[in-house]
Write a protein that binds this ligand. Structure first.
Ligand code: UDP
Ligand code: MG
Length: 310
């Protein structure tokens, strides 16, 4: 079995040398143990870095046959860089991992073992987030819960550290969407999957390339690319306002018929406002439903992926 490890890098000159060193060491060990083929590779994808990341990749590639490099024409973001790497490498199993090695590389061995047992997808899952700031932890865990609530099938506390078999990767190629959110696309591919658990470490050098702004944009992209729930909430809001107006009308009628406290002109002014408001929001939601359908259609996702045929 040939293994390929894909590492997206954006301005990672501070960590690249050490990362390459550790990954090569691990690859050597796996090859020596006979679990993977000697042609296994590590592919660094330079996502339009502005520092010396590419020169470092070139240097490493010239030193070792196991190191490959891809340079993107400009910065396209983590998910796109990752996809460029995944779709370019050869190999029977492909692992993606961040350049900063915050994800414990020793579980790569376990991932390979799981794959050899027959699993097509092996998710790396964070056990705890002790090194993250309380804010990052709360926001990240809240995000996974929100995604679940919105009906998106996503593996809790799994980011982009995973192993894909060749056929799972080929199936992923059938997903033509441009707004990438890989961690929710992979579960859509299906096949047998397993999880391996690890502790997330701190970045050993350099700083995070995901400031809060990018994180929020990423989360928003994840929700709107995979769920039409926000549109459905509009429909529900409109419907609730509408029902509330009906109840209010009954109440107003009751006041008028059974008491002498009715204020002249109140009902005819206030009720239509709520009524029309409710109907409008409801109608907007219905229109949204259709837009949501159009949106999903334009993704041209595969309708099924066959695992076996006999
Ligand atoms: N990255 C990338 N392009 C970008 C931003 C980030 O390829 O535009 C890479 C980065 O080099 C790293 C990975 O994505 O390998 C994850 O980034 P980072 O570690 O900064 O994110 P964090 O762990 O802080 O969420
Ligand atoms: Mg990181």
């Amino acid at each position: 079995m040939t293994l390929a490890i894909v590492v997206p890098c954006y301005n990672e000159e501070a960590v690249l040398g050490e990362t390459a060193h550790r990954l090569l060491e691990l690859l050597g060990r796996l090859i020596a143990s006979g679990r993977i083929d000697a042609h296994s590779t590590i592919c660094f994808v330079d996502d339009g870095s502005k520092d010396h990341t590419w020169e470092l990749i070139e240097k490493r590639a010239s030193e070792s046959l196991h190191v490959k490099g891809i340079k993107l024409s400009r910065n396209r973001g983590h998910q796109n860089a990752l996809l460029a790497g995944l779709f370019s490498v050869e190999g029977d199993a492909i692992i993606s991992i961040d350049a900063d090695l915050q994800d414990d590389i020793s579980v790569i061995e376990t991932m390979v073992d799981r794959h050899l047992e027959g699993y097509d997808v092996v998710y790396g899952v964070r056990k705890e987030r002790t090194v993250d700031t309380p804010f990052k932890r709360a926001s990240a865990e809240g995000f996974y819960k929100l995604m679940r609530l919105m009906g998106v099938d996503i593996v809790y506390n799994h980011a982009d550290y995973r192993l894909l078999s060749r056929r799972a990767l080929e199936a992923l190629k059938e997903f033509k969407e441009v707004n990438l959110f890989l961690r929710a696309m992979v579960p859509l591919v299906g096949y047998q999957s397993a999880q391996v658990f690890y502790d997330r470490a701190e970045r050993f050098a350099g700083e995070s390339k995901y400031p809060l702004k990018k994180m929020l944009a990423f989360a928003w992209d994840g929700i709107t690319s995979f769920s039409v729930m926000p549109l459905r909430l509009i429909t529900a809001t409109g419907f609730i306002i509408f029902i509330a107006t009906l109840l209010m009308s009954a109440w107003v009628l009751g006041v008028k018929l059974f008491s002498d406290e009715a204020v002249p002109g109140w009902a005819s002014t206030v009720l239509p406002i709520y009524f029309i408001g409710g109907i409008q929001v409801f109608a907007l939601g219905i229109v949204g439903e259709y837009i949501g359908k159009i949106y999903m259609e334009t993704k041209e996702r595969p309708r099924f992926i066959i695992e076996k045929q006999i």
